[in-house]
Design a binder for this molecule. Sequence first.
Ligand SMILES: Nc1ncnc2c1ncn2[C@@H]1O[C@H](COP(=O)(O)OP(=O)(O)OP(=O)(O)O)[C@@H](O)[C@H]1O
Length: 253
Amino acid sequence: MSTPALVLSGLEKSFAGVRAIRNLSFTVPKGRATALIGPNGAGKTTVFNLVSGVYGVDGGSIHVNGTDVTRLPSRRRIRAGVARSFQNIRLMPHLSVLENLLVGQHVRASSLAALLTPYRIIPNHRWKREARAALEESGLGQYADETVGALPYGVRKRIDLVRATLAGADVLMLDEPAAGLNPSETNALRDHLNALAARGLTLLIVEHDMHFVDSICENVVVLNFGEKIAEGRLSDVRKDPKVREAYIGTDEE
Ligand SMILES: Nc1ncnc2c1ncn2[C@@H]1O[C@H](COP(=O)(O)OP(=O)(O)OP(=O)(O)O)[C@@H](O)[C@H]1O
C-alpha cells in the first residue's frame, strides 16, 4: 500500500483550557477526496489550522506523505505539499488570472534569485507556460488575461484551485468550497475537483452541502466536540445514531 497523503495521530488542541480537538486520528489516502463534517463548533476549522501550521498542536502528530510536519512552520508545510483554500478567495482582484497564478508559483522558488525572476520580461517563461497549460486543462483558458475582479464568483473559485495546484500542492484542504455557488457553478467545481483527484491530488474538504460531499468524497470523518464520532461512507455514517444525535437541534441534515 502507498504511503497515505495525510496521517493525523492522537491530535490534541485546547483553547484556554477548553479541549477543541480530542485524541483525533484519521488517515487520508492519496488521490482521494475525504470530507470532514460535523455541527458548528465541532473543530473542523481547527483541524485545518493544525494541519497548515497556523496553530501548534498540544499533542499528537501530523505526517504528510510520510514526513513528520508536526513541528514545522507553515511555510515548510507548504513546501511539503500541503495547501489550503479559504472560503474567502485570496486572489488579487486587480491582477489578471495569469498574474495571480504566477504570484502563487513564487512559493516554489527555492532561492532568492529564483524568487526575483522578472517573469514579465521573459515572455515565455516556464511558469507562464505551465500556468496557461493548467488553465487550458481546467477549461479556464479563455480567462487567462482577464482581470480577476471582473470574473464570476464560481470562476474565481476554480482559478483559486488552479493556483493552489500550480504552487505545488498535492494535499489540498478546502473550506466550504461549494458555499455561495449556484447549481451550475457547483457542478463545474465538482467536475474540476474530481478531475484533480483523478490526477493524484488529495483533497480534504469541510463542507455543509451533503449532496456535494456525496458527489466527491468516498470517505467521511465526522467530528463532534473535537472528537471523531464516526468515519466511513456518507451513506453509512448518516445512519449512525451518534451522528444523528450530534446534528439534532441544528438546521443541517
Ligand atoms: N483561536 C481560538 N481561540 C479560542 N477558541 C477557539 C479558537 N479557535 C477555535 N476555537 C474553539 O474551538 C472549537 C472548535 O471551533 P472550530 O471553529 O474549529 O469549529 P468548526 O467545526 O470549524 O465550526 P463551524 O462549522 O461553525 O465553522 C469551538 O468551541 C471554538 O470556539
